[in-house]
Design a protein around this ligand. Structure first.
Ligand code: FHN
Length: 415
């Protein structure tokens, strides 16, 4: 089958979102008041006057950020295949050298360096796709940009689109090499015609660049789910879920509600077995550091992903296996069904599976495993795989079932 421009994205399965901007300085608190909502929304949620908020730029100096170290770690330790940085979030601040607006990291901060350029160079060096997030409709700094939950009547949105949004998107597409995707977000009142203007602009500069599902009016290149919402069933078209490790995107020093690595691994497998990509977020501090706990979690998830890479990247949607087995998730490619074992057991037992096998092995080292293919006394297909003794108390490993048939045969439950 011919490769589409979506192919790299469909194969990638696991990406890293970076929400980073001036809100990282406030870290979830303004004048002693803590937000209980996502931290990057603090300007809007607390009605911080624009002139006040703009002053934060004078404090932005992430001297501990090293794009090279960051991208190397993301690729080699965390196992992500693409990175999406907030080039401009709703606050309107550009994390790159923009000639369109001085409200940017080079002109307005003591740091003075183009973060996106450094990221681009590191992504090119380590062979990882780079995308950027751009808030195309909301811009709380521009008088004509939309503001969610506020009165937007009387605004000249087209003026903002023509004078800030499109010129900035053009800069991003012209000055930062090959862009894998643009992550447009919160389209709000953007019309079909205005969405088309954006799409035409992108296609005219980088025809292969993908557009997120939130470009507007369902005109993006793939489906984006709600934040942290996983479709219950497999979804056949290309899709992605943006998701958090704690409960915020931008850094919030009070948010310690971290999901465990086991939980994230489980979510990742659910997502990719249903055909999606997991775009998992980190929110660096204003110094440019990813919170230690978050690094620990991503390292552990990364160990699973890199050890079992053949069962992750480039895998296909699994059909609906009729039973929910706690601690078991499936992924698959061609004639291989991967059984991810997330809780201890001495044997894998799968009912209502009608395949014949040519072999079974432990994915992380290729060790052959004993197995049996049978029918139960009720006539249901059954596969058993013996787990080696040294793994009886282990969790988080993957077993490959090599199928005679091209696809898993999941049998319906009979009465
Ligand atoms: O408003 C944004 C939010 O700050 C964050 O960027 C997420 C990521 O998917 N998108 C919007 C809310 O859905």
């Amino acid at each position: 089958m011919a490769k589409t421009r979506q192919q790299w994205f469909e194969d990638a399965k696991y990406g890293l979102f970076i929400h980073w901007g001036l809100y990282s300085i406030l870290a979830g608190e303004y004048k002693g008041r803590k937000t209980d909502r996502i931290a990057e929304w603090i300007e809007n949620d607390f009605d911080i006057p624009v002139e006040e908020y703009e002053k934060l730029a004078a404090q932005f100096n992430p001297t501990q950020f090293d794009a090279d170290v960051f991208v190397k770690r993301a690729k080699e330790q965390w196992g992500v295949k693409y990175i999406v940085l907030t080039a401009k979030h709703h606050e309107g601040f550009a994390m790159y050298d923009s000639k369109v607006s001085d409200f940017n990291v080079v002109k307005a901060t003591p740091y003075g360096k183009d973060i996106l350029k450094d990221l681009q160079l590191a992504c090119e060096k380590y062979g990882i796709r780079m995308g950027f997030y751009y808030s195309q409709s909301q811009d709380w700094d521009d008088p004509n940009g939309y503001i969610a939950h506020k009165d937007n009547s009387g605004k000249d949105f087209q003026k903002y689109l023509d004078e800030k949004c499109k010129p900035q998107v053009k800069e991003l597409l012209e000055n930062y090499g090959k862009i894998g995707l643009i992550w447009f977000d919160t389209p709000m009142g953007i019309t079909v015609a205005q969405t088309q203007e954006l799409i035409d602009l992108v296609r005219s500069i980088q025809p292969d660049c993908l557009l997120s599902g939130r470009t507007g009016n369902q005109m993006g290149d793939y489906m984006t789910t709600g934040d942290n919402f996983i479709p219950r069933l497999p979804y056949e078209d290309t899709w992605e879920i943006p998701a958090t490790v704690n409960d915020t995107w931008g850094y919030n020093k009070y948010d310690t509600n971290w999901k465990s690595a086991d939980h994230i691994i489980n979510l990742l497998l659910k997502i990719i077995s249903r055909g999606g990509n997991y775009l998992l977020n980190v929110g660096p501090t204003a110094d440019g550091v990813v919170p230690e706990k978050c690094v620990e979690i991503l390292n552990e998830v990364g160990r699973y992903v890199t050890e079992n890479s053949e069962a992750i990247y480039g895998t296909k949607t699994v059909g609906i296996y009729p039973y929910d087995i706690p601690g078991i998730e499936f992924t698959r490619r061609e004639n291989k069904l991967y059984v991810h074992v997330l809780s201890p057991r001495i044997r894998i037992e799968l009912l209502n599976i009608g395949n014949q096998l040519t072999g079974a092995y432990l994915v992380r080292n290729g060790q052959k495993l004993d197995y049996g293919v049978m029918r139960t006394c009720e006539g249901d297909g059954k596969i058993e795989v013996e787990i080696p003794e040294e793994l009886h108390n282990a969790k988080n490993y993957c077993v490959c079932l090599e199928l005679v048939e091209k696809e898993p045969i999941f049998e319906a439950i009979k009465g």
